[in-house]
Design a protein around this ligand. Structure first.
Ligand code: PLP
Length: 381
């Protein structure tokens, strides 16, 4: 028996996504840039998928650019906003301290290239404060980047409020919606964001395909030199099957969303309740403003990585809230930014569920984990 409880890392390809993709991998293999029938069919599929995706996000099709995933969309968003700012003499960037490395490392790189960077702290519950953001804004601020929902603790930021604040100050606002897309409402027709990133493999689409939304009026800097694909801004033969899969997966994931969320939330809450009975356990992040399937839970005096490997042997896939950097186990930058000590951050597991998980999955985790924690504690003690 295997229980997959790492849906925030990636998800299995959905049936609808696979059905949408399969023809474009086999029988309909034309290059969308070709002028003959096979090429025209592939072009039509790309543009139809762009229309579907745009409609689901409240965007215009010409505001969406397909990318190789969330990382590329984040890199591109920061770079194009920085360059647009620099053209107007604005060289200050603000990102939150709990961004994904795709945003944080790009921001650090832009800093090395001569931009000024403010890394905005978060509160203990993982939330960015709009007041703190307002204080950090400067006349030369070009961009603010705050993620919609965090990938470790699941905390949902007040992005609509942050977006309108930035709009009022004439500053571009980017949100990394990689964890949010397919799960939380995204309506780009309002004041949400000027730039938004998403990635298909987080909502049962294929890996290696994502999109960047660039609001009309914001000039997209050319990302890749070459052919004229993506209106000349991102060269390279389109990933036709991936694009078809992204649109189909997004459509499918938004169907009946509220019912799915209620079911996932009930599973997560019952698991949380049972795991909190383990002595020395604690939950990270805001308990209200949280993705329905996310549970960031720590067990004092237990190394999360050892726990993860133990659970793996028992057939359970979860994640540790820490990344292994250069052979040393670095505590998660997200948890430490929320004020957690390094030992507590290192004792944190991320369990992430979605509508493909069952009551039996949760029961099994709740059965195995307490014994695993006790076992590791007795070995350490
Ligand atoms: N941003 C967030 C919040 C993520 O969770 C991830 C995925 O791990 C990414 C960006 C990167 O997306 P991708 O794996 O598509 O490059």
């Amino acid at each position: 028996m295997r229980v997959y409880a790492d849906q925030a890392a990636t998800t299995a390809l959905g049936e609808k996504a696979w059905a949408a993709m399969e023809p474009w991998l086999r029988s309909h293999f034309g290059n969308p840039s070709a002028l003959y029938e096979e090429g025209r069919a592939a072009r039509e599929q790309v543009e139809k998928s762009r229309e579907i995706t745009a409609r689901l996000l409240g965007a215009k099709p010409r505001e969406l650019y397909f990318t190789s995933g969330g990382t590329e969309a984040d890199n591109w968003a920061l770079r194009l906003a920085a360059e647009a700012g620099a053209r107007q003499g604005r060289r200050h960037l603000i990102v939150s301290a709990i961004e994904h490395h795709a945003v944080l490392h790009t921001a650090r790189r832009l800093e090395r290239e001569g931009f000024f960077l403010t890394v905005l702290p978060v509160r203990e519950n993982g939330l960015v404060s709009p007041e703190e953001l307002e204080k950090a804004l400067r006349p030369d601020t070009a961009l603010v980047s705050v993620m919609y929902a965090n990938n470790e603790v699941g905390t949902i930021q007040p992005v609509y409020e942050l977006g309108s604040l930035c709009r009022a100050h004439g500053v571009l606002f980017h949100t990394d919606a990689v964890q949010a897309a397919g799960h939380l409402p995204i309506d780009l027709s309002g004041l949400l964001a000027d730039l938004l990133s998403l990635s298909a493999h987080k909502f049962h689409g294929p890996k290696g395909i994502g999109a960047l939304y660039v609001r009309e009026g914001v000039q997209p800097e050319r990302l890749l030199e070459g052919g004229a694909q993506e209106r000349g801004f991102r060269a390279g033969t389109e990933n036709v099957a991936g694009i078809a899969g992204l649109a189909a997966a997004l459509e499918e994931s938004l169907l009946d969303r509220e019912r799915k969320d209620r079911a996932v939330r009930a599973l997560r809450d019952s698991l949380e309740k049972r795991l909190l009975e383990i002595p020395g356990s604690f939950v990270n992040g805001d308990r209200q403003n949280r993705l329905p399937g996310n549970l960031s839970i720590g067990f004092a005096d237990v190394e999360a990585e050892a726990l993860l490997l133990y659970l793996d042997m028992k057939g359970i896939a979860v994640s540790a809230g820490a990344a292994c950097a250069a052979g040393a186990l670095e505590p998660s930058h997200v948890l430490t930014a929320m004020g957690l000590s390094a030992p507590l951050a290192r004792s944190t597991l991320r369990i992430s569920l979605d509508e493909t998980n069952t009551r039996a999955d949760v029961d099994y985790i709740a059965e195995v984990l307490p014994a695993a924690v006790a076992r590791l504690r007795s070995m350490a003690g």
